[in-house]
Design a protein around this ligand. Sequence first.
Ligand code: GLN
Length: 234
Amino acid sequence: MRSDAWLSCGGGSETRPYVFPLDGCAGEFLGTIRMKYDGLKIGIVAIQGDYEAHAKVLERLGVEYTFVRTPADLAGLAGVILPGGESTTHLKVMTEEGLFQALQKFAAADGAFFGTCAGTILLAKEVHGPAQASLGLLDASVLRNGYGRQLASDVHMGQTKLRVAPLEMVFIRAPIIERVGAGVEILAEDAGHPVLVREAKVLAATFHPELSDDTAVHEYFVRMAKNGAGVAHA
Ligand code: GLN
């Protein structure tokens, strides 16, 4: 986990920010990997939660990004990241700002999506524990705080389909993906549940790749966004 990791990922109670223990988690960056994606721009929904951690990863990859707070911010983007945090807060503000509908239009215009933790909850078609509205862009059913509300944070190493080497997976009050539709590819599992999945141009992780030194999942997403049918518009 990153030594400068953002520390308040919607954990703990709704009012008290979760503080992730850093002991033994501090790590050096693995070095700068640069990818050339001229003209490709990714948006990061910046309402609440760990959007700045995503921005740091994209900076390390040399990928242009912008923070998304209103529908107008979606213009010219190839993909959008929905960060971790508190999905109920995201939902409320997105609806108030007209962003909820704008994101659905963005998806219909072939925009790519990457949700982490709360972002995955917002993407899933079905949400339980309790039920709440969602963008419905991923054929999956998720259980919020599926590992329990307080004892729900952990760091695991696990295999993924992205590469041979295992990947660090930081879980913070994560949802459990209970079911995925036939069109959803499971890219990684942990404790018998899918934790990284993809359906066409939608990528979703129940963990937080943005809080690890490893840029593999973001690289995968940027390639997904790049290889789609051109740059989408709001
Ligand atoms: N438990 C949060 C929710 O239900 C998600 C936590 C996270 O993003 N780390 O929205």
